[in-house]
Ligand binder design. Sequence first.
Ligand SMILES: [Zn+2]
Length: 485
Amino acid sequence: MQLYNTLTRAKEPFTPAHEGRVNMYVCGITAYDYCHIGHARSAVVFDVLVRYLRSKDLEVRFARNFTDVDDKIIKRAQEEGLSSEAVSEKYIAAFYEDMDRLGILRADMEPRATRYIGEMLQLAQHLIDTGFAYATPSGDVYFRVRAFKPYGKLSGRNLEELQSGARVAPGEEKEDPLDFALWKAAKPGEPTWESPWGPGRPGWHLECSAMSEDLLGLPLDIHGGGQDLVFPHHENEIAQTEAATGKDFARFWVHNGFVQINSEKMSKSLNNFVTIRDIFGYCLPEVLRFFLVAAHYRSPLDYSTEALDEAEKGIRRIYAALAQMDDALAGTKWSANAAPAELLAELDGLEKDFDQSMEDDLNTAAALGHIFGMVRLAGRVMEDKALRKSQGGKAILERIRGGFARYAAILGVFGSEPARFLADLRDSRAARKGIESSKVDDLLAQRKQARQDKDFARSDAIRDELAAMGVEVKDTPVGAVWDVA
Ligand SMILES: [Zn+2]
């Protein structure tokens, strides 16, 4: 498999350092608020990567942390009148709720920073002992950036460039504005731990270096996160770990692209943050997941409700085809005709294309395109009356339908029961338009009764009422079915 490595700025063949076993660490959330669409994207991207590697029979040991001590948590705790611990507990619980609905598998290891204070202190002390860090008289500890020669190798920034933008804040006792905090001396009202330099708390970057080495060992095969973490967070993680151990930290650095909102950068100041739960109020979780999977993970992704609507149409098409295939396959009489060779060859090609797309830097966008190709092929089989009822047609439909078990396991979409999904989707679209599903069902029952009573004026009036509500009714052999027009 080819994977783009931020460190080398190139796609490289990915193989783990130990055959058959992948050590993967992804930076998780700082637990001070509800997760937004950017978190959803990162979670889905690395979830698909883990699922795909596992589908190739690799044993993946996956760690994703929770930052549960941080300036933002402390600030939120003061605003909400809670302890920092209560704030992080609350938002970690919310994280699990959102991510479970999004179909994100739990990581194998989910360490929290506050449980790794001892390891972080050791790492900071070791960096001081080896000259890579220093303690200040007021009890802060800083990493001496200029002592670590390769600094900037991940982000491609050089020290002069960084120097021009760096400032020393009032009260900081840095030797050099480039230096970053490993440990921060206690301030009133903050959670603190004892340290050789007095009471304080860890800087943000230190935890990932301490936890990843402890849980997975070095080098990591894959270190991941959002593109916004490349600098300074990941650059600083590399400095800490490689200065302390003399070993390579991670072999592959994998970063997912940004999410924009209506073509603008998402930011607190623009007040255009969209939380995952906001989106779940609009569409089904699987629609959001499909929307995220439908883009290549490194491309910027533009979020808008129009884009979600498009994604919804796409996944609906797939599920409608799956439902049709299930119907077709429920038949019992099959003629002996074999499948046309050209259709089989086409299917071979599409299946191969799916795998090749996934192998090419996890190109889920292209992979989905090939899935749509298979669905179109199934459509052609089902539209051909003779083929549809033949052993050959059945074999093609079974093969396409069967393939979805694998696509669902890898992509985390298409795993729902089609009828169930389509019903949920219809209810979700109805709710968005203010249509009450129970009221529609009620009217349809009245219409059925009116027809049985041969009261056609009444049944027409009901049909008109439903049409005015934006409901489309189709009469089928199994009764009336409705959808949102
Ligand atoms: Zn990290």
